[in-house]
Design a protein around this ligand. Structure first.
Ligand code: FES
Length: 503
């Protein structure tokens, strides 16, 4: 997996593995943006907290974002008002503005050196027939109390038709922010444990919850599952969300980069923000999203993003390239709160690629729930809801598609090749003694073979050439060439296949 600019330049410390059984008030599963913020807030409320991270702090989507913390979420608010009414839309807006301000407050309180910068954010179109959409968004957002205005230009080097402008939004270095949060959790007496994958969450007769890991067990009074998509089958969220991937790069230009944050509503999406680390010429560009496991040529996504960047700006060098995973919900609202199946398990998922403001808002809500306080935003984010009629229709459509992918994937297994025809650096289906398995031949010529049945719920997997991974279109689990988990909800690796010795 390619490392993001944020993780490559964060210098994050290592935290220990869980080695013996542990009892805490609150166990937080996932050491990313939501998990660490919730852990810190709970610790400050007096709870004994442990954060259990399957890999490394920030190594999930949190360390692979654009690093924009903004309540401007492309075109959203007019649609939220239409779907849910003004009260719910206002709560979403308030929660995200509060999330943004909480991030700012934490950076200042904790003295985190993460390049936090205030800047305007623009959602723009270059298509005249999209003008009405932009105007409707400005009207809705302004009515909800957001700092929205109509703009006719940005500081991008091309003309636009119109944009929604939000003032006083922020961008930062997410890796360093996460490092600051983790340090604050441990400084306040909490524990951060890495390489500690939770594989099961079981409620006990006495009302506590037992978490199983590969090394030891954790007993907790309350559990927060903050793993992008709740792990395993927790709460059934795998069936109520859709996974997607998008691509990012960090470029150095020959002249100062635009100082604002921008995102297009025209397809394909282009999102930019400054990258202050190398100086004023640094620029982050993100876009080219697609459903996880649905795109055979993922290398082309990087190439297309790079071509747009080079044709739009005068580029000196591109230093980093990476991709990220996100989940969306049918009704465009995240799920935050108590899981429908448990009073003691809390969840947060479905941030629609806007997980930094939404993530901190979620942490504020979860901390209130953990401490028994009321929270005015929670009814809007209700994690037990099924969704509105339109959302349910979309969910059914998506589930049918999952079924088709399942059948289609089984058929695709027929098109395997003999192992010796798989070139170095390539992955695909090979035939092993009449059995079709997935294989990757690394640049040294060694074959890595795995069974292509997703360990979550059994869907087939597709090779992702750009990330050298096996990706599941059903609910977004991903595995490396040796079968280790890169993304849940799967909690067990793929089965490795013993290969006959090659001549
Ligand atoms: Fe659910 Fe693969 S992620 S079956």
């Amino acid at each position: 997996m390619r490392e993001s600019v944020w993780l490559a330049t964060a210098d994050l410390p290592r935290y220990p593995v869980l080695e013996s059984d542990l009892e805490v008030d609150v166990a937080v599963v996932g050491g990313g943006w939501v998990g660490l913020t919730t852990a810190l807030l709970a610790q400050r409320d007096g709870a004994r907290v442990a954060v259990l991270e399957a890999a490394r702090v920030g190594s999930g989507t949190s360390g692979y974002t654009t690093g924009k913390v903004t309540s401007q979420h492309s075109l959203l608010y007019a649609d939220l008002v239409r779907r849910h009414g003004e009260e719910d839309a206002r709560r979403y807006a308030d929660a995200n503005q509060a999330g943004l301000e909480k991030v700012t407050a934490l950076v200042h309180e904790l003295g985190i050196d993460c390049d936090l910068t205030r800047a305007p954010a623009y959602t723009y179109t270059r298509q005249p027939d999209q003008l009405a959409e932009i105007e409707a968004e400005v009207d809705a957002a302004a009515r909800l109390g957001l700092p929205a205005a109509l703009a006719a230009e940005t500081d991008l080097p091309f003309d636009i038709v119109a944009a929604v402008r939000f003032d006083d939004q922020i961008h930062l270095h997410p890796g360093r922010f996460l490092g600051g949060l983790a340090a604050a959790v441990t400084a306040a007496g909490g524990q951060v444990l890495e390489l500690t994958r939770v594989t099961a969450i079981d409620e006990q007769p006495d009302g506590t919850v037992e978490l199983t890991t590969h090394t030891a067990k954790v007993r907790a009074n309350q559990v927060v599952v903050a793993t992008l998509l709740p792990l395993g089958v927790t709460g059934g969220y795998f069936a109520k969300t859709r996974p997607s991937r998008s691509y990012g790069l960090a470029a150095r230009l020959t002249a100062p980069a635009p100082a604002s944050m921008t995102i297009s509503i025209d397809s394909p999406t282009r999102s930019t923000r400054p990258w202050p680390t190398p100086g004023p010429n640094g620029l982050i560009v993100v876009g080219n999203g697609h459903e996880t496991g649905a795109e055979p040529d993922t290398e082309a996504k990087y190439a297309d993003l790079e071509e747009w960047t080079r044709s739009t700006f005068d580029v000196e060098a591109i230093d980093y390239r990476w991709s990220a995973q996100d989940y969306s919900t049918p009704d465009r609202l995240p799920y935050v709160g108590r899981s429908p199946t448990s009073r003691t398990v809390l969840v947060a998922t479905g941030f629609h690629k806007w997980g930094l403001s939404n993530g901190t808002a979620a942490a504020l809500m979860l901390a209130d729930l953990l401490a028994g306080r009321d929270n005015a935003w929670l009814p809007t984010f209700d994690a037990t809801r099924i969704g509105d009629a339109k959302g349910i229709g979309e969910l059914i459509k998506d589930n049918l598609k999952v079924g088709k992918e399942f059948v289609g994937g089984r058929v695709a297994r027929l098109s395997s090749i003999p192992a010796d025809e798989l070139e170095p650096g390539h992955g695909g289906l090979i035939d092993v003694d009449g059995d079709t398995v997935g294989a990757y031949r690394d640049p040294d010529g060694d074959l890595h073979a795995v069974r292509l049945t997703c360990t979550h719920l059994g869907c087939p997997l597709r090779w992702n050439p750009a990330e050298t991974s096996w990706d599941c279109n059903c609910h977004g689990s991903r595995f490396d060439a040796d079968g280790s988990i890169l993304n849940g909800p799967a909690v067990e690796p793929l089965e490795e296949v013993e290969l006959p010795v090659e001549p």
